[in-house]
Ligand binder design. Structure first.
Ligand code: GUN
Length: 296
């Protein structure tokens, strides 16, 4: 192994501590407590774990956490009515509707119902458009966390070749926009890209967000590249359940200059960035300056 490990767990802990400091100052100086509402529809076990973790970390940062759990058969109109109440509630600065929603619900209609100023996921079409035109936006948490770690590791990203593998609305597309905003030359690759290994070998920054266990092999990576592995794939190895990324860690870590592990890389940054987005939304709502270094 030659690559430096990018310790997302430690980085996320530092970010959460900075958020908590700002939250304490907001309370002391202005009597304001940022509030995050998380809505879970149904009983998907993985989603329930995420929602519980979000609540715990929100409270640990000194913010107010509002959890709304609705049965899987809740009519969409009822969810939209809840979102309307949260939009109007001045104690709520951020709203997150946990995805995936039950199949019969229209996720786009639900996300579009969220006040864009409270859309701490950055999924509302207005925030997508603001990000795409280089304006101040709420930025999706996972790519924001990746950007923060890249800036911390590399300093300026200007002029670097960045290859993002995966074109999802949640990670791949906003990641490409953020890297472009930092003046990278960006390639957004995906499952239909021709000769994907050769495309990846051009990358100074390689972000893997395809959701396919260990797809990126050692000989796909330029020596010294910085590799960010967004994948969280559950696999069975030797009869045991394990988490692996989209990158074949043993091979790639022998070639790359730096790499995020799975687990303990990108994963912990997502909730930390959610807290940072909630704090930013709260400051904007109160007409106060946003803390520096917590947004793109
Ligand atoms: N499900 C998996 N990741 C996410 C996320 O970042 N936000 C929401 N709302 N749901 C998710």
């Amino acid at each position: 192994m030659s690559a430096r490990m990018i310790d997302g767990k430690a980085f996320a802990a530092g970010l959460r501590a900075r958020v908590a400091e700002h939250v304490a100052a907001l309370a002391a100086e202005h009597g304001i407590v940022p509030g995050l509402a998380v809505v879970l529809v149904g009983e998907d076990p993985a989603s329930a774990v995420y929602v519980r973790n979000k609540g715990v970390q929100t409270r640990e940062a000194g913010m107010a956490s509002f959890e709304h759990r609705l049965p899987a058969d809740t009519p969409e109109a009822e969810l939209l009515a809840l979102i309307a109440r949260l939009n109007a509630d001045p104690a709520v600065h951020g709203i997150l509707v946990q995805l995936p929603l039950p199949g019969r619900m229209d996720a786009t209609r639900v996300i579009t119902a969220i006040d864009p100023a409270k859309d701490v996921d950055g999924f509302h079409i207005l925030n997508v458009g603001l990000l795409g035109t280089g304006q101040r936006a709420m930025v999706p948490c996972t790519p924001l966390g990746c950007l923060m770690m890249l800036r911390d590791h590399l300093g300026s990203l200007a002029g670097l070749n960045a290859v993002v593998v995966g074109r999802s609305n949640i990670v791949g597309k906003p990641m490409a926009q953020l890297l472009l905003g930092d003046s990278c030359t960006v390639t957004l690759a995906h499952s239909r890209t021709r000769d994907l290994p050769a495309v990846c070998r051009q990358a100074d920054i390689l972000v893997a967000a395809v959701g396919r266990a260990e797809m990126i092999r050692g000989d796909w990576v330029k020596p010294g590249a910085t590799v960010i592995d967004v994948g969280i794939n559950r696999v069975e190895r030797d009869g045991k359940a394990r988490l692996v990324g989209d990158v074949r860690f043993d091979e790639v870590s022998a070639v790359a200059g730096a790499i995020t592990p799975v687990p303990g890389g990108v994963g912990p940054m997502t909730i930390a960035c959610l807290l940072a987005n909630t704090l930013s939304a709260c400051c904007r709502a109160a007409g106060l300056p946003e803390p520096r270094g917590l947004t793109a």
